[in-house]
Ligand binder design. Structure first.
Ligand SMILES: [Zn+2]
Ligand SMILES: [Zn+2]
Length: 241
């Protein structure tokens, strides 16, 4: 686990045949009110728990898991994490909480072909990810958690209930899979995705002043050039229709 700043910690994903997303821990260590951002792929629990313990963090200080979105590479590990952190609530955008609570897992699997393959590979029965969501986010909240302020921004397009978390004090953006380093953006061909929405979301994020970009995959950026997200949007906008 790497410290990005005081109050933001990074557990890199361990990709195999299927990607495993990065997980971030946010909250000042002294607050006793920490948040896990995303969970990762199924079967990828133990290395995270070990990393958290090795960093001297008390597992009972993790009060919630906030999901940037519920694709399987972010959600798959959530039941395993919940089994270890029973006190932790689950927060996510309503657009993804609602289907998930009803047992509709089409967003998690993204596409039919993938669903069949993954169910066979991991022995997952339908309904394995239907779960109770403790708080539905809208995307207009400012969360005061872990003695830090995090703005929630609804960024649909890669998935219908994608959210980004933004800390204005240190200009840190956690965009989920909406935008990555190297001018890459999230896929927009999954169930519930929309290129047009993704374009709007990129434009919304481009209005923020971002110094540190902590995406769901690939490398993180610690010194984001001014205008980076807008430049990325310009490179992709012709495809985002
Ligand atoms: Zn992902
Ligand atoms: Zn995704």
């Amino acid at each position: 686990m790497k410290q990005i700043t005081e109050g933001v910690y990074f557990i890199p994903g361990q990709d195999g045949m299927i990607p495993d997303c990065h997980v971030y821990i946010i909250g000042k260590p002294s607050s006793g009110d920490l948040t896990l951002v995303d969970a990762g792929l199924m079967g990828k629990n133990e290395y995270k728990i070990r990393a958290i313990e090795k960093a001297g963090i008390d597992l009972s200080d993790i009060k919630r898991v906030i999901m940037t979105h519920t694709h399987l590479d972010h959600l798959g590990c959530l039941p395993e994490i919940k089994a270890r952190l029973s006190q932790a609530e689950v927060w996510m955008h309503g657009n993804e909480a609602e289907p998930l609570e009803k047992g509709d897992e089409r967003i998690a699997y993204g596409m039919k072909m993938f669903e069949g393959m993954v169910r066979t590979m991991f022995g997952k029965k339908p309904g394995a990810y239907s779960m109770k969501v403790d708080r539905r986010l809208k995307g207009d909240e400012t969360l005061e958690i872990g003695k830090m302020l995090w703005e929630v921004i609804h960024v649909p397009g890669h998935s219908p209930g994608g959210i980004a978390l933004y800390n204005p004090a240190e200009k840190i953006l956690i965009p989920g899979d909406v935008v990555y380093a190297d001018h890459a953006i999230g896929r927009f061909d999954f169930h519930g995705a929309s290129g047009r929405d993704l374009n709007e979301s990129l434009l919304a994020l481009s209005a923020l002043e971002v110094k540190i970009l902590l995406p769901g995959h690939n490398r993180i950026m610690k010194d984001v050039p001014h205008g980076y997200i807008l430049e990325t949007e310009k490179q992709w906008e012709a495809y985002l229709v």
